[in-house]
Design a protein around this ligand. Sequence first.
Ligand code: KG4
Ligand code: ZN
Length: 333
Amino acid sequence: MLILGIDTSCDDTSAAVIEDRKILSNIVSSQIKFHSKYGGIVPEIASRKHMEWIWDVTEKALSIANVKLKDIDLIAVCNGPGLIGSLLVGLCFAKSISFSARKPIIGVNHLEAHIQAVFLEEKYPEFPFLSLIVSGGHTSLYRVNDFGKYLELGRTRDDAAGEAYDKVAKMLGLSYPGGPIIDALAQEGNSKKYKLPKPFLHGSLDFSFSGLKTAIKVLIKSLNIQEGNPPEDFKKDLSACFQFVVVEVLIEKIKMALKQEALNRVVITGGVAANSELRKRAMELEGDGIEVYLPSKALCTDNAAMIAIAGFHRFQKGERSDLFLNARAYLPL
Ligand code: KG4
Ligand code: ZN
């Protein structure tokens, strides 16, 4: 079965073609350079760029996959959660081609798609498993019992981990998105140089990263460092200290959730799952008999192949959407 996936939930315009579980194309057109000078995503710019690019990106996905629209069996489109203006561009586009080419359409939850990205890999888990989605918009733990059967075990009470990375990066005068830059700087820093609080929220599988951000603000002030323009050594050491604490919390919560749910498999996904320290620490869990599944970095960050696979599994269960399908900024799993 040939599935065309479309994702415009945030700042990446993406289209992909998969054949069952095999990726034929996965185009992600990043808008970063239009947003980075503002230190974050500007929703109005995001939706306008999606409008400019969606057709070209989709044509490219079809052409690299060497298929025509008429060959497609299903259109899977992300309808939430995300930026409403951005979502609407992808959704209206997908509905138009579904109507004109008479193809079935299915709406896909972006979070479900992040979890299901792992099924595009050769190595994927059996059910049930634990999933940590850690991205710019979410930090949540789910028990996954089957396709479509998700139980939320914990979530962030304030900032998502990726959001904390991006905000700390801003304080360090780094560009957006800060996650990959902090990741690189941390390799050269001393993770023991500054003592930062470990925001653990004992007895709960929830997360909280905003206090950590405040602690860094206070530290910068107490050292008389100019926010947004610190010395190079400080950038490296602070990056290492911040990353150490964030990864420590994520790993501890994974262990706690696995124990609570009596599970021994975990899938870590979302943009922050591209983090080198998190990937290293996660793989160490295998020494304790835990099966660790980390999709490739390209499948961890936003992409349309993950939308296509999640749509495929819903379609196989007999689900369909229609042209009344709407976009939702807030759409829990
Ligand atoms: O999943 P994603 O592409 O978009 C959504 O938020 O849905 O995640 C983007 C987030 C950004 O906050 C970015 O800074 C973070 O993922 N990120 C990273 C790394 N690569 C991307 N954070 C830490 N280390 C990385 N290597
Ligand atoms: Zn995402």
